[in-house]
Ligand binder design. Sequence first.
Ligand SMILES: C[S@@+](CC[C@H](N)C(=O)[O-])C[C@H]1O[C@@H](n2cnc3c(N)ncnc32)[C@H](O)[C@@H]1O
Length: 397
Amino acid sequence: MRHNHTATDLQREHMLNDAQARHCALMHEYLAAEIAAAGWMSFERFMDLALYAPGLGYYSAGAHKLGAGGDFTTAPEVSPLFGACIARQCAEVLSELKGGSILEIGAGSGRLAADILLCLEKLGALPDCYWILEISADLRDRQRRHLAQHLPHLQGRVHWLDQPPEESFDGLVLANEVLDALPVSRFRWHHDRVEELGVVIDQRRFAWASRPASAAMLKACRRLWKTGGAWDDGYVSEYCPRLIPWTHSVTRSLRTGAALWLDYGLPRPQYYLPERHEGTLLCHFQHRAHGDPFLYPGLQDITAWVDFTELAEGARAAGFTLAGFTTQSFFLAGLGVDQEMQTIADGDANRFARLANEARQLMLPGEMGERFKAMAWLRGLDLPLSGFALQDLRHTL
Ligand SMILES: C[S@@+](CC[C@H](N)C(=O)[O-])C[C@H]1O[C@@H](n2cnc3c(N)ncnc32)[C@H](O)[C@@H]1O
């Protein structure tokens, strides 16, 4: 079955350029063919294909993604202060281990890697290896170019991986704004029952359609419901069945050290509050955030907030201890963001003023300061981490 959602249709509706409209139409056709074959597609599958389908998905194809010409801006794109603070946290762990390597997952433009490495060099705490596990070929190229330009002398330490390292290593695993891209399952509470929300084609367009929930979904929702409280009829939300398996797979070879996760999200009791009745799906296209995952398939990022309680449960199940959970604001403050401003500004008052503005963007509650959280797991180490010294939110999980 062919769905005639042509490039011209999309271009007229959404003012896409020719290449974007063609890409969107191809992705639409690809998704529609699979939906038509089965009559219905789970949202988890839809999100997976829209982000990762070979050659077409948002992260598999060549869109610009981060920064001014892209779709969204992340903390390392806002300011070098972010990477400098993460480097300080890495230095504490590497110094306790007397060496080690860093595995960064989903390195975006490469800016975080460059900022971390330059700062670790100044601190005399360079890792043996800096691995980048990156799914997007286009972003890998961008990372290589960024690192070649900004730290040519350290390039020999940086290596790109397709899979987590096979061999055990000591050090750190880092991921900033990656967990939010893991595909989620969507559900609705309807007539005192859980329904799974999936995707059908209605008049050539994607539309939501429900099915009775599977046993696995019922089990998951029972846990969410217990912590969140009674939901009204029509309550919609999501959960991420891949969060624990995925975080385990990328930390499996970490013998001794820390895993550091930064992302937007909430502890489960707040995530599933009755008033958050439309869930947390958020799409990004050209710096516009909206809640419609069916718009611009393959051209827009689709994300969901992280359930940090689930992530904490993952730590224990994989033999890590939960070393800290706090807001991005307190994490950066604990790591001495104010001293880093002085260091980076190096006496230049204009530069200092710019950094102060960037720090506000990273740390104010209405900006990135509270929505974004940091969580650390430790394996084989018992070490207080400065990023979590000023505020401990583990009791909220
Ligand atoms: C929102 S960007 C964040 C980039 C960077 N960490 C930053 O803070 O600027 C998400 C990054 O994760 C990568 N990514 C998404 N899913 C991934 C996966 N399953 N495995 C590895 N990388 C992934 C994307 O290609 C991209 O580099």
